[in-house]
Design a protein around this ligand. Structure first.
Ligand code: UGA
Length: 425
């Protein structure tokens, strides 16, 4: 066996491409397979179809260790550990659609030399039910904890690596653990169901933390406290921690909303009513809509008013618009009779057709020109650098800013003459 174990990656979406590029960077030969020939062709040309800082550079600098293919046979021939990174979207019932995972398992046949290493987020119990149907299959659960926008850094410096396997797949689990050894992270070696649960519970906990601070923010607005001060004071308690305690206009993305619902659904399927998560989801939905009330407080009816949404992506440094607050706001504001303009440095293309009649602008200034109110939806650094007191003030029809991420300089805006509304302060 060569010094560094070759790796197979099945499904070259965001998780798959990050995984492939980072293992190549660690010195492994990687063969990555996707069923879409166009995608494979463009990856072979070194084109990275997603916005993820540092990823295009890794793909280019490791080109000689990265092989992209549509052929499963090629993967099976070159690698024994196959990282399954296909997507598992929710179905109408709220259960995850595992058909793509099932296809991968079927393609593996009854090989005892290969193992599936599951990176895709799957319901707790998936590994067990796959193994029930494919006895003897090497199966290791290895959930990912990468954040969009910092995925490369997160991969290279993980807080922990979770590896779940049954006793009879222990040798495969050891080989997976060895891949991560150079990263020096704590390894949680456990059973498959617990590994699957660690993933869902981690996302659900972080979402809970955000909904919690958002409710503290809403109560702080009523009682005259400042949530940023409250979070600072709370976060210094080691048991609480300061991260994921930023109040805002709701969490979005392809993971938190989906995984919180999936865990709630899983609990429900097993006869347990997960009350806390029901509240977490509801708080988040209401949080996205509270902005409308803040605009109305200053403008009265929104009929005929022009509102600028700064940011479409669900967070900065990504072009992902899945479950983004901007989509809900654009629809709600148009429902109230307002005209909506939007600007995002990278995500506009991905949102086309999802923003109703909102006008897509080429710059923040264009969106703000003539607007009666601005909503900062995504904390892209360039929004803090706008000349608020000069250019922006001169262009807006009415100087109202709802800062949905407590991101702008509140004092400077107020001194310049803006009506400033933050979150929880
Ligand atoms: C999340 C998890 O953080 C990753 O660990 C996990 O691997 C990933 O889901 C996944 O399951 O694949 P991600 O969806 O990229 O990562 O985004 P986060 O950075 O976690 O942010 C999620 C949302 O929470 C964003 O809308 C963000 O604006 C919001 N947020 C985050 C807050 O409103 N307040 C905070 O304090 C932190």
């Amino acid at each position: 066996m060569p010094e560094k174990e070759p790796i197979g990656v099945i499904g070259v979406g965001w998780v798959g491409l990050c995984t492939a590029a980072c293992f190549a960077e660690l010195g492994h030969d990687v063969v990555a397979r996707d069923i879409l020939p166009d995608k494979v062709e463009s990856l072979r040309r070194g084109e990275v179809p997603i916005h993820e800082p540092g990823l295009p550079e890794l793909v280019r600098s490791n080109a000689d260790r990265l092989r992209f293919t549509t052929s499963m046979d090629e993967v099976l021939e070159r690698a024994r550990l196959l990282f399954c990174c296909v997507d598992t979207p929710p179905t109408y019932s709220g259960d995850a659609d595992l058909s793509r995972v099932e296809t991968v398992v079927d393609e593996l046949g009854d090989s005892t030399e290969h193992a599936i290493v599951m990176k895709s987020t799957v319901p707790v119990g998936t590994g067990r039910s796959i193994r029930r149907r494919h006895e003897g299959l090497g199966y290791v659960s290895n959930p990912e904890f990468l954040k969009e926008g910092t995925a490369v850094k997160d991969f290279m410096a993980p807080d922990r690596v979770v590896i779940g396997a049954a006793d009879d797949a222990g040798a495969f689990a050891e080989r997976v653990a060895a891949l991560y050894e150079p990263l020096g992270a704590p390894v949680v070696r456990t059973d498959v169901a617990s590994a699957e649960m660690i993933k869902l519970a981690s996302n659900a906990f972080l979402a809970t933390k955000i909904s919690f601070i958002n409710e503290i923010a809403n109560v702080s607005e009523e009682l005259g406290a400042d949530v940023t001060e409250v979070a600072r004071g709370m976060g210094l308690d080691d048991r609480i921690g300061s991260r994921f305690l930023r109040a805002g206009i709701g969490y979005g993305g392809s993971c938190f909303p989906k995984d919180v619902s999936a865990l709630k659904q899983l609990a429900g399927n097993s006869g347990y009513h997960f009350q806390l998560l029901t509240a977490v989801i509801e708080v988040n939905e209401l949080q996205k809509r509270r902005t409308v009330g803040k605009l109305k407080k200053h403008l009265g009816s929104l009929v005929g008013r022009e509102i600028a949404l700064l940011g479409i992506a669900f967070k900065p440094d990504t072009d992902d618009v899945r479950e983004a607050t901007s989509l809900v706001l654009a629809a709600r504001l148009q429902g109230e009779g307002a005209g909506v303009r939007v600007y995002d440095p990278v995500a506009a293309g991905n949102a086309s057709g999802m923003l109703g009649g909102a006008r897509d602008c080429a710059s923040a200034l264009e969106a703000l020109d003539g607007a009666h109110g601005a909503v900062l939806v995504t904390e892209w650094p360039e929004f803090a650098e706008l000349d608020w007191a000069g250019d922006v003030l001169a262009r807006m029809a009415n100087p109202l800013v709802v800062d949905g991420r407590n991101f702008l300089d509140r004092e400077a805006l107020r001194d310049a003459g803006f009506d400033y509304e933050g979150i929880g302060r």
